[in-house]
Design a protein around this ligand. Structure first.
Ligand SMILES: [Fe+2]
Length: 139
């Protein structure tokens, strides 16, 4: 199985946004994924700029909220379609939810903008991988 990481190594941000190759064939879910990429890009920028921690915290909170919303929507959608790998998918979502929570807590304690940028890069890589390997399974 060929894994394509879509330019994750490019820390400059280019090649880390949504593109047609990431379409899962459902407009709503594609829209969610696009929005997640935008939020992650925003987080990378505020982290890189070392913006006020209140700004970074706001973007982080928005991202966490949206991740929760999207995962729930996706899981409900999969349940309705009788998707076989729902449990695996759910646990993969759960892993990432706690990972993000953990990093957000670290940020809340340190207010180190590098943590925000690191999270953005890590999550973008995860998202691309997750869409291509796991979400594509329901295409
Ligand atoms: Fe997913």
């Amino acid at each position: 199985m060929g894994l394509y990481y879509g330019g994750v190594t490019d820390a400059g941000g280019a090649g880390m946004s949504w593109h047609e190759g990431l379409s899962v064939g459902d407009e709503t879910l594609d829209g969610h994924h696009k929005h997640l990429f935008l939020l992650l890009e925003q987080l990378a920028v505020v982290g890189r700029n070392g913006d006020e921690h209140t700004v970074i915290e706001r973007v982080l909170a928005e991202l966490q909220g949206y991740i929760g919303y999207h995962f729930l929507h996706e899981e409900t959608w999969m349940r309705e379609k009788g998707f076989h790998f729902l449990e695996d998918h759910q646990s993969s979502h759960q892993v990432i939810r706690s990972r993000v929570e953990e990093i957000a807590e670290r940020y809340a304690a340190d207010h180190d903008p590098a943590i925000a940028e690191e999270l953005a890069v890590f999550l973008t890589g995860w998202l691309i991988h997750h869409i291509e390997i796991e979400d594509f399974a329901y295409k």
